[in-house]
Structure formats: structure tokens, C-alpha cells
Design a protein around this ligand. Sequence first.
Ligand code: NAP
Length: 322
Amino acid sequence: MRFLSIGADAQISRIGLGTWQFGSREWGYGSSYAEQEARAIVRRALELGVTLFDTAEIYGFGRSERILGQALGEDRDSAFLATKIFPVLPVAPVVEQRAVASANRLGVRKLDLYQVHQPNPLVRDGTIMRGMRALQRVGLVGEVGVSNYSLDRWRAAEAALGSRVLSNQVQYSLVTRSPEQDLLPFAETTGHVVIAYSPLAQGLLSGRYHRDNRPVNRVRIGNPLFLPDNLERAGDLIAALREVADAHSATPAQVALAWAIHRPAVVAIPGASSVEQLESNVAAADIDLTDGEYQALSAAAARFQPVTGPAALPRLVRARFT
Ligand SMILES: NC(=O)c1ccc[n+]([C@@H]2O[C@H](COP(=O)([O-])OP(=O)(O)OC[C@H]3O[C@@H](n4cnc5c(N)ncnc54)[C@H](OP(=O)(O)O)[C@@H]3O)[C@@H](O)[C@H]2O)c1
């Protein structure tokens, strides 16, 4: 495992574990996954040196936090636990009460990283950061983070908190590269962190899915990337991943993760549907891509032009019923 330093005596694993899948109906992995496999994934992650575990109060309406906390058990203190508040009513007393509820579900006295799940379009961050400041003061929260924030709003959140907002958790992978425009340069030059979610584009970059083998759960049925046309368009990118993977005796998914954490301020939090996937994802931290490989993958990614936005809507509806 490789680590990213986030302070004088703190570091987080470059590959973490995303746990939206735990206990959430929309991934459709079923009860034996929630009751057994999820625990085995967490235990193996700890053994392999993963310290960063990401969850949210909204995942499975608290179930993900509960499953993660129980699986960590006595090892909770060796993990860097990140959870998120969904900012519906982000006034300080509510923020404080919700942090306590998350800590209780996780079975911890301190949330290492407490993130605002997404910007509230109506309420500016001064309100929520008042609550965050109070939580840091009493020691219930270590670091504060945001998620799905623009650079301007990330900076405004930091100004409102009055100290660093360590991280911004955003979608970042070979098929979603907008963070390269401003978030990554900002993080790299100022000691902040970009936490890459959906680093495998929800499994697309594994190369496992194609026109005749599409995933069927609710999350991916609603994701335009898995439209038959887009799966076909992704063929060249998957081929580029396979070529690099062959050179490293690795898999396309591992190379996609190695690409995501190639930039120095990025850590990635792939989800996993099995212990084998978790093991494979962790091993990706040790793959060193050459400059040539990194550029070739970036160029293949730039050529991938999926149908998205309003143009994808009628196709999503059609794909859902065929
Ligand atoms: N802040 C936010 O708004 C936000 C949004 C989304 C996600 N997240 C966080 O980010 C985490 C990861 O994102 P995500 O789950 O959306 O997408 P992801 O990590 O890109 O994809 C996860 C899926 O990819 C497949 N996969 C994982 N490892 C694999 C491997 N080694 N080989 C082949 N397939 C593999 C698995 O699905 P199959 O085996 O079923 O194909 C798995 O469920 C979440 O768990 C959550 O913690 C945050």
C-alpha cells in the first residue's frame, strides 16, 4: 500500500474503500453481501493496509455506517474513517446532532473526516461550518471535508470554517476528468486532497460489461455510461487499458485505479462487490505507470465521447424497458 501524508503525523492509504454498496438497495447485492461479504471485505482491507474507509449517513439510510463500524470492531482506531452529512437543514445544532448519530452508528468517539455530501444550493456554507467548527472544538470531528464542490465553493467553505477543509470528494476517473481543470492543481499546490469517487466508473473500466452484458442494478441502469451505445464507444478505451494491463500482468480495473492515483494529491475509494475485487484494487496502489502509458491512457480517454445529458434520456428510458 502507498500512503498520502495529510499532516505532520497523519497519512491515508492511496487506495481506500468506498462503502455505498454496503446495505444499500440500489446496488442490489443482497442480504448475504450486507451480512457477510461486506464484513470480509473490510477485514481484508485492514489486513492489506487500507486505512481510508468512506461512508455516508445516507448510504442505506445508516446501514452502511453500521456495517462498517461493526466490521472494523476493535480496529476502528487504526482506520481513517470518513463519513458525510447530507446537508438538508445545515444549521449548527442539526449538524452536531447528525455527527453524533453517525459516530454512534460507526461505534466511534471521533469522525476522522466529516464531509458535506454536496453543496446546498440555497444555504451558504457559513451555516454548516459553524456546526463543523463546534464539532472540531469538542473533538468529535478531526478533519472537515466537502464533496461535489466547485473550487470556488471549496475555498469559500474553508474561509467560512476558518481552517483547512482537507478534501473534496468528487467523481474522478478516466471517463470523468473535469477535476483536472482546477481541483487537482489546487490540491497539489496547497496540501489539500482530492478523494476520487467512482474511480472505476462504477465498473465500466473493468472491461467486464458490453452491449450484451449490461449490469442490471438501479445505480447503473440510471447511469448513461452503461447504455449499449456507450459501452460500444468505450471499446477503444478498454482496449488501451488491456494493453497497459498486459504489460504489468494486471487487469484493466487495476490500471484504471493506478491512472486515477497517478496525480499526487489523489486518493481513490473504489467500492467492491467481493473480497477478490478488494484485493485486486489494493494491489493497484503499487502499479507504477510510465509517462508513456499515462499519456496513452489519457489520450484514449479523451477520444471516448459517450452520449450523456439530455440526449441520453430517451435512450435510458428505452434501455430500461428492453
Ligand atoms: N460523494 C459522492 O457523491 C459519491 C458518489 C458516488 C460514490 N461515492 C463513494 O465512492 C465509492 C466508489 O464509487 P462507486 O461505487 O460509485 O464506483 P466504483 O468504485 O467506480 O465502482 C464500484 C463497482 O465496480 C466493480 N468493481 C470494483 N472493483 C472491481 C475490480 N477489481 N474488478 C472488476 N470490477 C470491480 C464492482 O461492481 P460489479 O462487481 O457489480 O461490477 C463495484 O461495486 C462509493 O462506495 C462511495 O463510498 C461517493
